[in-house]
Design a protein around this ligand. Structure first.
Ligand SMILES: CCCCCCCCCCCCCCCC(=O)SCCNC(=O)CCNC(=O)[C@H](O)C(C)(C)COP(=O)(O)OP(=O)(O)OC[C@H]1O[C@@H](n2cnc3c(N)ncnc32)[C@H](O)[C@@H]1OP(=O)(O)O
Ligand SMILES: NC(=O)C1=CN([C@@H]2O[C@H](COP(=O)(O)OP(=O)(O)OC[C@H]3O[C@@H](n4cnc5c(N)ncnc54)[C@H](OP(=O)(O)O)[C@@H]3O)[C@@H](O)[C@H]2O)C=CC1
Length: 515
């Protein structure tokens, strides 16, 4: 019997960010391995015209939860959505709900965050720092609380090259930053943001670092642990390989490359692609929750959930495998044939952007205008280029994360727990994982059916023919223009034609002699 599964069996668990990518997989695993748990409270806000109940209904009826419904048929009774908005004071939780949470919660998993790279500092601080502070305050009033698990990111200290499992201090105290957000106006905040984030590429990584500092400072009397995953990708094994449902990180670029929009990218092929499957992150999170509650380690332990030092894969290998999978399972209605090149040079990247991204978009929009339709490709391409420019920081350098605590935890688990809550990425076969990832993107994000593959192949063949035709026409036009304007081009042309003529005459003559 798994000790970890048994531990969660009788617990009341609070999850923030349960409607997000990681949160859903965390809930799924909890219900599947500990179906007799008491309740999972989830802090949810209404979104896109959906009520809380509709959002929960949608999650429980997704493919991800199919296995859970077999193991735990009463899952809908064990999930209790609580209205909350982490941007509001007291998280906008009603008095009755707050009372219930304070009285019964045993474990907190704090996953909610803004993961956007372009968020203004004020908003990122509100969600990643202030909301964490409020949640810690709530936690301090929970008599039955056994552990508070905070999900951060391995990139919170990406200004360093080697990162240990410690909290690194930021130059300004998080409490001071929270206070200053109350009275500084937006223009001043925008001005000081680059100085504050110093060395980091965006407000996301900076506010996650502030969040960690707060957890360490204010979680003193609680059993707290921090988990730092690197780039979280599709599921590796559980509940089935290749599940993914949002466009963050590599998933968006896989879509863009598979649909033929993304044709070149400034990336260092030898740089480490530090991906971790989402089910690995979830297994580690649950193991950490158990260890923190049962063993109550004195200092706040930080766990790196990364792959680079244990089982490295680089962006070059990943890119090739992604492209190889497109050959097997092409995406439908591609704009161009998938063929993404990596370049490390800024000048070459800019040239390729002009030739491979902007020019085809302009030509396509011209065609749309000619056929009386609304142009849209240039706008889409600009968005994609903006996204790529924000991700470039992460695909052009490598980091090294120490993993002593994660390894120590693995050694503390029973063989059964090591199997059920496996977070050992050394067993990961990258080629197989990436193939499943690409197929998962096709099935679960693009909602494309495998039955459409023959038609997708036909479409790619048509695109290839159009490509050859276009290139030939372009070559001929340029050549004709050159012939009309340059004596040297005419001389060259005369030389080539007479050379061919002589070669053919010689060939004919030698054949006649042989006969
Ligand atoms: C050969 C291939 C090799 C592949 C190899 C790739 C390696 C690539 C490694 C990255 C490495 C990151 C490593 C960080 C690790 C962490 O810890 S951070 C956690 C991950 N966080 C993220 O990835 C957030 C990134 N995204 C953002 O910050 C924002 O979406 C952006 C990029 C600023 C775009 O903002 P925006 O223009 O306001 O767009 P937004 O409203 O979000 O979405 C607009 C449209 O773009 C789409 N979109 C959103 N995000 C993306 C995306 N990432 N990509 C494409 N489309 C997107 C949306 O679906 C939406 O489409 P429509 O619904 O309009 O049709
Ligand atoms: N994805 C990745 O590559 C990585 C993620 N992480 C960390 O993992 C955690 C989970 O990330 P992930 O699941 O990918 O992120 P998602 O963006 O998929 O999920 C974010 C979650 O936070 C919730 N949330 C955001 N704002 C609010 C709000 N104002 N009130 C209530 N809830 C809110 C969202 O709710 P709603 O559905 O209503 O928007 C959603 O449930 C984060 O802490 C992130 O920093 C760390 C490393 C990498």
């Amino acid at each position: 019997m798994s000790m970890i599964a048994a531990f969660y069996g009788s617990k009341s668990i609070l999850i923030t960010g349960a409607t997000g990518f990681l949160g859903k997989v965390l809930m799924e695993k909890l219900f599947r391995t500990s179906p007799d748990l008491k309740v999972i409270y989830i802090l949810v806000r209404p979104k896109a015209g959906q009520t809380l109940q509709q959002r929960v209904f949608q999650i429980l009826n997704s493919k991800l939860f199919e296995k859970v419904k077999e193991v735990c048929p009463k899952v809908h009774e064990k999930i209790k959505p609580i209205y909350a908005d982490l941007n509001q004071k007291d998280l906008a939780i009603s008095k009755e709900d707050m009372q219930e949470l304070l009285s019964y919660t045993n474990i907190i998993f704090h996953c909610a965050a803004t993961v956007r790279f372009d968020d203004p500092l004020r908003h990122a601080v509100q969600l990643n720092v202030t909301a964490t502070q409020q949640l810690l305050f709530m936690a301090s009033q929970m008599p039955k609380l056994e552990a508070f698990i905070h999900i951060s990111t391995a990139y919170s200290n990406c200004n360093l090259k080697h990162i240990d499992e410690v909290v690194y201090p930021c130059s300004v105290e998080p409490k001071k930053i929270i206070e200053s957000m109350e009275w500084l106006d937006d223009a001043i905040i925008d001005e000081i943001t680059p100085k504050l984030i110093a060395g980091r590429p965006n407000t996301y990584t900076y506010t996650k670092a502030l969040g960690e500092m707060l957890v360490q400072q204010e979680g003193g009397n609680l059993n707290v642990a921090i988990i730092r995953p690197s780039i979280v990708g599709a599921t590796w094994q559980e509940p089935f390989p290749g599940w993914v449902d949002n466009l963050n990180g590599p998933s968006g670029l896989i879509v863009a490359a598979g649909k033929g929009f993304l044709r070149s990218i400034k990336a260092t092929p030898m740089a480490v692609a530090d991906l971790v499957p989402v089910d690995t992150v979830v297994n580690l999170t649950l193991a950490v929750g158990w260890y923190t509650a049962v063993h109550r380690p004195k200092p706040t332990l930080i766990y790196h959930c990364t792959s680079g030092t244990i089982n490295p894969c680089n962006w070059g290998k990943m890119g090739l495998q992604v492209l190889a999978t497109f050959e097997k399972v092409p995406f439908e209605r591609a704009f161009r044939r998938p063929n993404a090149d990596f370049t490390t040079n800024y000048f070459t990247a800019s040239c390729w952007n002009a030739v491979s991204h902007r020019a085809p978009a302009i030509i396509y929009d011209f065609y749309l205008r000619l056929t009386g339709r609304k142009p849209r490709m240039t706008k889409l391409m600009n968005r994609l280029l903006r996204t790529i420019s924000m991700l470039e920081y992460f695909i052009n350098q490598s980091w090294e994360w120490s993993t002593y605590n994660t390894e120590m935890l693995m050694s503390e688990l029973s063989p059964e727990d090591q199997r059920v809550f496996n977070f050992d990425v050394s067993q990961l076969n990258w080629l197989e994982y990436i193939e499943n990832y690409v197929m998962g993107v096709k099935k679960h994000i693009l909602k494309e059916d495998m039955a459409g593959i023959p038609e997708a192949r036909q479409h790619l063949k048509r695109l290839r023919n159009i490509h050859y035709l276009f290139n030939t026409a372009l070559f001929l036009i340029i050549w004709c223009l050159l012939l009309a304007r340059s004596q040297m081009a005419r001389n060259m042309w005369f030389f080539i034609v007479s050379f061919c003529y002589k070669f053919i005459s010689y060939f004919r003559a030698s054949r006649t002699l042989k006969i």
